[in-house]
Design a protein around this ligand. Structure first.
Ligand SMILES: [Zn+2]
Length: 279
């Protein structure tokens, strides 16, 4: 599932090629993408819009238009945006939408599992949209302070891993980068979020940033479906310290990595470096 580093990699690739371009023709073939809005209505509304900025909020790709509207794309499990450097698009049974730009190139949206969403917002609706979804601070921006993270975790009995997954503490962190950040911070994933000390929260904040920055530097992680818009795989999967590595040695202490469940998701940690009952 694409997380902040994967979505940011897509954004970085798309922005210089899409900003300033006009959407000439839009075809949405999967009605699930725009539900409950009919796909033809969204397609018609998008045609003629000019992209002024491609941005990102958490795991959302945000296409901001000259009109003040914005299209929010969430890739969910297997969504992917394709914009080949040259040549047209190859045939693809999982293609859900195609946008023809005014430079003659096509941007395609592909989604095998079909959980991805496209939401078209009117001018001024963006802030409310994210507020309703209780999206937390952008972890790579200045607002993600130890104080902000402390407030987001205060009084919460949920395991810290689950708290990181629900987007309120830090927008864009998912299963992979939560496990990697907790390992870096030497925090057990099942520790109650509200039980972390000031020092531990400071460590966690730094660890979240470091894990995400590493993911961006490696252009994201390709476990199955994720590709950048030109079809290239990420390389972060070669850098995992704990994620998916049950039984392999912890890179820090050599203890075999263990797997548990937290927040309904497979969760990997080092039982030596990440104690449930820290001294
Ligand atoms: Zn260890």
């Amino acid at each position: 599932m694409p997380e902040l580093p994967e979505v940011e990699t897509i954004r970085t690739r798309l922005a210089p090629r899409l900003e300033g371009r006009r959407l000439e023709r839009v075809e949405i073939v999967d009605p699930r993408l725009t539900r409950p809005e009919p796909p033809e209505a969204i397609a018609a509304a998008l045609e003629g819009e000019r992209i002024v900025r491609v941005s990102r909020r958490g795991k959302y790709l945000v296409f901001e238009f000259e009109s003040g509207r914005s299209l929010l794309v969430h890739l969910r499990m297997t969504g992917n945006v394709e914009h080949p450097a040259q040549g047209g698009l190859a045939a693809d049974p999982y293609r859900r939408a195609v946008v023809r730009l005014d430079d003659g190139s096509d941007v395609a949206y592909r989604d095998v599992r079909r959980f991805g969403t496209w939401d078209l917002l009117e001018p001024g609706e963006l802030e409310d949209y994210f507020a309703v979804r209780r999206l937390g601070e952008e972890p790579l921006e200045r607002g993600f302070t130890t104080r902000a993270l402390t407030q987001a975790l205060e009084g919460r009995r949920a395991p810290i891993k689950a708290a990181l997954l629900d987007q309120r503490a830090a927008a864009g962190v998912g299963n992979i980068y939560a496990d990697e950040a907790l390992w870096r911070a030497r925090l057990h994933p099942l520790r109650p979020a509200g039980s972390l000390t000031a020092g531990e929260i400071a460590r966690l904040r730094k660890a979240i940033r470091a894990a995400l920055e590493m993911g961006i530097a490696r252009q994201g992680a390709t476990l199955r479906d994720y590709r950048d818009p030109e079809g290239r795989r990420g390389r972060m999967q070669d850098e995992f310290n704990v994620y998916g590595r049950a039984g392999e040695p912890c890179p820090r202490c050599g203890t075999p990595i263990e797997k548990t469940r937290a927040g309904g998701r497979g969760t990997w940690f080092c039982p030596h470096c990440q104690r449930l009952d820290p001294r």
